[in-house]
Design a binder for this molecule. Structure first.
Ligand code: LMR
Length: 393
């Protein structure tokens, strides 16, 4: 039976990780997978995470099962972090296996609620969004998003695209730090997006995987909060992988906001049911780290301070890279790198130019020319800048 399986194409981002590891060249630079690295190349365990783990180790006296929806402390703390004071009674939520699990559960929830739903996703989007949709056999359409000339958003085309969504459809939005492009709507553009959703009656599904990596913890949640305030029904898939640096703990959450208690309770029941069908209880350790930090003033302050250091480091690298490219290319065509936010920028190189940078300079980025800014340091920025110009980008 198993011999009948078809070979699966490897995930492009994850296979790049393996290819980088196997490269024996000195000085190779990994700008592939979205993992933060400090200037020494380490993905550190954050200070507050270490302290929270110690606290858990000292106080936890059982590893027995927790709640099917995940621990209420974690879900409440995440609701406050994402939604501020807005959350409250409108929110139903479950802990999930990372942000990917939250997306998957969200799509399954939509399928249960409306088997005819079409999911509208940005072109481009995180490749795994599309992969999951294909795997599920879920109907979807791509809406235009990125302008390859300006490396900004093709906003009119985007609005046209999401305007085609119907009531009962879902529009998948990146709440901040768009992956893979790094180009994000302005506050006015977010208003127009909300207006479009109000008009069509489509339900937004907001993927919030990088809160705190763009303009700040609250700033990065501002669009999500505005949409949550205006729309009667919203789905939010949030991840703690990046902002708490607990990638391997698989810590995510799926939240729904509704305007009536009946929909909220149905949603809560359906999401817990989905957890049971897919994996029973969501992972607890990462969620417990997060709730320990968010409910302890000192730990929270320390975590916020370190997250801010991480954010500032990425912003500094963006500015340095844009400056370096301005000097080397004698033009301002790479200034968009300083304007983009989050871990990624799609620099607009062709697949051949991406391949050339890998072969000639040992620089690894995803084939669509998405580079992970956080994979750089002050010494590697000039090397990358030179490679970009030499490749003729
Ligand atoms: C990425 O886009 O690189 C990250 O979200 C990691 C992943 O799982 O793809």
């Amino acid at each position: 039976m198993l011999g009948n399986l078809k070979p699966q194409a490897p995930d492009k981002i994850l296979s790049l990780m393996a290819e980088f590891k196997a490269d024996t060249r000195q000085g190779k630079i990994d700008l592939g997978v979205g993992v933060y690295k400090d200037p020494t190349g380490l993905t550190p365990v954050m200070r507050a995470v270490k302290k929270a783990e110690q606290k858990i180790w000292e106080t936890q006296n059982t590893k027995s099962y927790t709640a099917l929806a995940g621990e209420p402390e974690y879900r409440d703390a995440m609701s406050s972090m994402v939604l501020g004071a807005l959350g409250g009674d409108r929110v139903a939520s479950v802990g999930t296996v990372g942000g990917t699990g939250a997306i998957r559960q969200a799509l399954e929830l939509v399928r249960m609620a409306n088997p005819d739903a079409v999911i509208h996703v940005s072109d481009p989007t995180w490749p795994n969004h599309v992969s999951i949709l294909n795997f599920m056999g879920q109907a979807y359409e791509m809406y235009p998003y990125f302008d390859n000339e300006t490396r900004g958003i093709a906003f009119e085309a985007m609005l046209d695209g999401i305007g085609k969504a119907k009531k009962g459809d879902v529009v998948l939005l990146h709440g901040c730090c768009h992956n893979p492009t790094g180009a994000n709507p302005t506050a006015e553009q977010w208003d127009a997006i909300a207006e479009s959703l109000e008009k069509t009656g489509a339900t937004p599904l907001i993927d919030l995987a990088y809160q705190g990596f763009g303009d700040g913890l609250d700033e990065d949640a501002a669009a999500t909060r505005m949409i949550a305030e205006r729309l009667p029904e919203v789905l939010i898939a949030a991840s703690c992988s990046k902002n708490f640096g607990i990638y391997r703990e698989r810590t995510g959450i799926l939240m729904t906001l509704t305007n009536d208690a009946k929909s909220r309770d149905l949603s809560q029941g359906a999401m817990a049911y989905l957890n049971r069908q897919n994996y029973s209880f969501p992972p607890d350790h990462g969620a417990r780290i997060v709730s320990t930090i968010l409910t302890d003033d000192a730990l929270k302050a320390d975590w916020k301070a370190e997250l801010e250091e991480v954010r500032q480091t990425m912003l500094g690298l963006r500015t340095q890279l844009a400056d370096e490219l301005r000097t080397l290319s004698g033009s301002d065509k790479f200034d968009f790198i300083a304007r983009h936010r989050g871990m990624f920028s799609r620099i607009g190189a062709t697949p051949e130019q991406v391949a050339r940078m890998k072969e000639d300079a040992g620089i690894y980025m995803v084939g669509d020319s998405r580079l992970n800014i956080a994979g750089l340091n002050r010494d590697t920025v000039p090397i990358l800048a030179r490679a970009i110009v030499e490749a003729g980008v």
